[in-house]
Write a protein that binds this ligand. Sequence first.
Ligand SMILES: [Mg+2]
Length: 323
Amino acid sequence: MSLSPDFLRDKFKGAILGCFLGDAFGSGFEGMDPEKARFHMDDLSKKFTRSYTDDTDMTLALAESMIQSGGVNPEDISKQFSLTCDLTRGYAIGTIKAILALKAGMKWYEVARIVFKDGSFGNGAAMRVSPVGLFYHDDLEGLRRAAVEQANITHVHPLGQWGAVMQACTVGLAVSQDPEEPFRKEQMVTDLREILWGGPIEYVKALNKIEEMVAQGKKFHSREIVQHLGNGVEAHLSVPSACYLALMHRPDFCDAIRAAISLGGDTDTIAGMVGAIVGAHVGEKKLPAEWIEQLEDGARGLSFAKNLADRLFEAWWKIHQTS
Ligand SMILES: [Mg+2]
């Protein structure tokens, strides 16, 4: 299926703002259990300026680098991380240490093992990966390579790398789908299975479970989703949950984010990943205006993020017009 350039541009903005929204609205619930998160769900209707955390901060940095480089270039991404990442925005200790090492001049391929000798299997490489899903949505082999390359700066453990592949691929598949056409959940699971072939068994098991849950047709209770797919900071215990929720709740963005937050646990990251997938599917125009107006708009806030998504699309378009 071929989408018009305007439609695609709207989808690029939808994914970046979707991540921003999920992160900003999900961050107040981090670490809660599902019952407590559901109890506080009314907080989502309160109006105040909502700030983003490390998830959006790194997504913006990755997008900036990809615009400059015309794709994924780990050396340039590392420079961008060390220049613009704001370490006061809820970063995990491993990523803080990696970015501090980059700032101190260490090479990008040396920093990923300074905290965990086998590499981190956290969801840090997946939470920021939506620009890769957007940019490589029409080249899933290139997407898989690019998702791993950007992961390798901070997450060299296979679970961390392949979590980034799964999230990027889900975003890429969502970009390629026309939101007006019947949604092909089962086909998306099949496509994910193909792209994750050869990856860790944890993702194969998670996809089997997602397939089983999708086939049942019902929306599972948050406690059951946590039990089957997880709500943790580990990539394999959060990316599958985000994919499942996005598949089941799109095109209703707010419903999808509420479902992500109701899992408790790593709510900003799971809601950010769900937001990126659903936003990539429905586009910016279908995102909730009353939520968008609450997003912070400082030097690297809402206007900056929108402009960046636009420029990422332009960078993609430039390559595809000339090839
Ligand atoms: Mg965060």
